[in-house]
Design a protein around this ligand. Sequence first.
Ligand code: SF4
Length: 310
Amino acid sequence: MTDDGHELIRQVRQRLESLRRAGVEAMPRPSVRAAAVVTVRPPIAPPPAPVPEPSPLPVMEPEPVALPVPEPPVLVPESVSEASVVVPVPVSAVGSLFDEPGFETPPVPASERLGVLETAAAEVARCKRCPHLAVTRTQTVYGTGSPNARLMFIGEAPGADEDRLGQPFVGRAGQLLTDMITKGMGLRREDVYIANILKCRPPDNRTPTPEEAANCSSYLERQIAVVRPEFLCLLGKTAAMGILGVDPMSSLGRLRGRWHRHSGIKTLVTYHPSYLLRNPAAKKDAWEDLQLLMKEMGLAIPGRKRGASE
Ligand code: SF4
């Protein structure tokens, strides 16, 4: 043992002897807890997760997107009393813009067309969209002729005779139109369909206003859609404006003599019979228009054999 050791032992005995003299019989044993040396180690951080190798992004196939199918519009009638029942057309029945003809409603079977037109005529008879005309008319003038006609004539509006009899083109102008159909084209009047832009007579036989024509247009479009003719012949500028939407300032002379299209239907413009009665010199042009129409319809032109070279 070293000197330091002996010195330490001597000091401890000396201290214990002084404690014994002071009355201390025993020394408390040191607790294990107090004696223990607690070593607090910092938590060992887990090894970093392996970083995956960057990989190319997977190619995401686009989810098929269901396009919303628009609800067919429900047309709200102006009033219950004059309600025209418009049945929404299934989207599947709507033709494309490239269909011929371009109607938005499915065709009415030939056997049902007369009934559909009669029902529509009854609805028109209650119409008051133009209140001033509804109170001055004797009756509405819907249309007449074959519901399966290949050719439909469209005039302007009823006159006094038409207002009284409820039939279109029954006055002097009507007689001339009948001659054009029968003597000129070799058809019967009942083979074609005849209607007007307006179903009510304007007072004093004035020209229909654009607002009146717009009010009445759905009725005429319905007639065209039901009859679904191959050809339209528009009599006068009011009919041309109502069906083709031509500028009011455009000359009828520049509209006639050539083909137009309405809802895919071959459409011709010529003079109104009333104008021909006032301007007989224009009958020559009107006859040229009818020949153009007859040729396209495959009808024999008087004095020529069908199919003969023109
Ligand atoms: S002209 Fe046509 S829209 Fe006007 S009240 Fe007569 S039927 Fe109705």
